[in-house]
Structure formats: C-alpha cells, structure tokens
Design a binder for this molecule. Sequence first.
Ligand SMILES: Cc1cc2nc3c(=O)[nH]c(=O)nc-3n(C[C@H](O)[C@H](O)[C@H](O)COP(=O)(O)O)c2cc1C
Length: 343
Amino acid sequence: MCGEIMAVVPIRLGSVVIDPPLFQAPLFDYTNHFFRLLLRHFGGVGLTCTELVHARGLVELFTRRGQFPEQLWGVRDEPRPLAVQLWDNDPVWLVRAVSLVVAELAPSVIDLNFGCPSHRVSQRSAGGANLLKNPEQIGMLVEEAVKAAGTTPVTVKTRLGWDPTCSVAGRVAEIVEQAGAAAVTIHGRFATERMRGHADWQAIAAVKRYLRRIPLIGNGDIRTPSQAVAAFASYGVDGVMIGRAAVTTPWIFRDIRALLEGQPVPPPPGPDEQVELLLEYMNRLAELLGPHRALTLTQKFCCKFVVGRRGASKLRLVISQARSLPELRRVIAQVFVGEGPKG
Ligand SMILES: Cc1cc2nc3c(=O)[nH]c(=O)nc-3n(C[C@H](O)[C@H](O)[C@H](O)COP(=O)(O)O)c2cc1C
C-alpha cells in the first residue's frame, strides 16, 4: 500500500470541511474533552465527537443550574471541527437542546443518535436504536433538528436496523437525506447484536444507492490503518468512522492519513511519551472532574489502551485495582514503560 496515493475526497457538511474524511466515533465514558485533545495531538482525525447526551436532560440541567452535562465540558474552547451528539425521541426537547447547544457552544456539527441499543436509551426511553422501528419518526426528528440548527449541519448515526428482520438502514438514509441531514453514518450491526459478531460492510455499502447527495460514513471493527484504507477502496464509503481502535491506538488517524497519502506509517510513540500523555490525560481530567471521576475514567481508558499488548488481561487487573490517583499514576508509569506489573 505504501507509495500509492488513495484518492479520498474531503467531505463537506454545509460549510464545514472534513479533511481527511476520518471520523472519531462517540464512545460513552471514553471520548471526553481530553481524549479528543489527545487525538488532535497526533492529528489525522477529520471530525471529533462528544459522547451521546440526552437532549431533555441537557435542557433541564441548563435551565436549573445554568450548566451543561459533564459530557459537554470543554466543548466551547476545543479545536474544531467538532460534533456534539444528542439523542431523544421527543422533537420538543430535541429542538430546545439543539438551539441551546448551537447558541452556547457553537459546535461545527450536531450529530443525532439513532443507534444506541443500551437499555436506558433504547428501552426505557424509547430513543436511540429503538427509533429504527419507525423510520418516519426519525425523519420527523431530523427535520425539526435541522430547522433548529440553522446553518449548523446535522448528521445522523445509526445501525443496520433494530434486528435482522428489520433491515432499514437504506430507508432511514433516504428519509434523513430528505429531512435535511448533511451525512449519515452506518454502524454495520443490528441493535440486537449490540457489539457482538462482525460489522457487515456489504450492508453498509448497500446503503450508498439510497443516497443522492449526502455522504455515507462506514463504521465498525476497523482496527488497523490498512483496514481503513481498504474500507474506502472496497465499499465505496465517503468517510470512515473509528471508535474502539482510537482508544487502543489514539494515533490511528495519523497513520491512516499517512497511508492515504502514500507515506509510510510513522512509528508509534515511545513508552515514555505514552506514559507522559496518559498522565497528562489523568491530571487534566482530575482538574476538571475531580479525583474520583478522573480515577474511573482513566482506568477505563487505560484498560482499553492495553488491548493487544503482551499480558493485557493482567495489566487490566492491575489498572482496575488502583484505588487512588497516586496509585494509578504509579501503575501507569510501571506498566507503560514496559516493566509490566509487579507481583
Ligand atoms: C463503550 C462504548 C460506548 C459507546 N458510546 C456511543 C455513544 O455515546 N454514541 C454512539 O453513537 N455510539 C456509541 N458507541 C458505538 C460506537 O460509536 C461505534 O459505533 C461502535 O463502537 C463500532 O465502531 P468501532 O468498531 O470502531 O468501535 C459506543 C460503543 C462502545 C463500545
């Protein structure tokens, strides 16, 4: 692959240019402000995105206390392009949240989630992926959000359908395009599969013929730079979105960009740099969210960060057993300079 330049075109979402067309997937409890800054540090990411935020919860919190939920902290001052992801099944709350976020935080993009299969979102609140049972309702919600967003582009992230008997991604893509969405991302699984099995990239590719104007972004199971490049070449997607591999390898977007440009993949950061970045992530998180939350979120991040490393399950155990930030700091310094856990 090295040496060949792959003709990948930047994506335009209204006046926002996504170049390269490489998207960071939203991951609840992972893709916070400092994680997104880490991605920016390495470069190559075209669009970063917040975790999903409940529209009604956001509006109620802002009305009561004049503040945004933790998931949106940092957004105001962060590098763009940046998307804020919202979910709700009620157009009134969605419109209020979109207007508020656009006015107060001015993100580059509003992304709407119609793919979350979690019990809280899809069952208890009949939002997220549950709405795949009713594509017309998705269309109505997108139309209202687009009106409320004004010139800020609204995109949609969804799945293949609720279950294999309800394969509606093409229909949903068609509907949201008509409703004014600027792009659609398809995670190639059904909601009932959650994260099991494999993402079906043939099914993602099949959505393309339902779209006339807006770009299709493919998502699911991309773990290496060459898989990302192959996704463009083999499935005709306009953009590629990456979630879990970005936590394990935050420099993956930089590496994909290099491959797309026909350059060799740069070496990964050395152990000292990795330790320094993890500690900076943890310290800055502690300043923003306090020690308790910083401990939990850094442990989660580190447990994914070690995926694929030698002795990963033992490393995960040591990381998750840390009971305080100083303890976790010692573990990080030990683990990531390659000494491995003691004992
Ligand atoms: C821990 C976790 C949290 C997630 N949180 C969100 C979320 O907040 N919003 C969303 O649209 N998708 C969410 N997803 C789905 C991812 O965005 C993505 O679609 C999925 O992980 C497949 O991409 P990947 O194989 O590159 O990770 C989450 C997935 C995981 C594993």
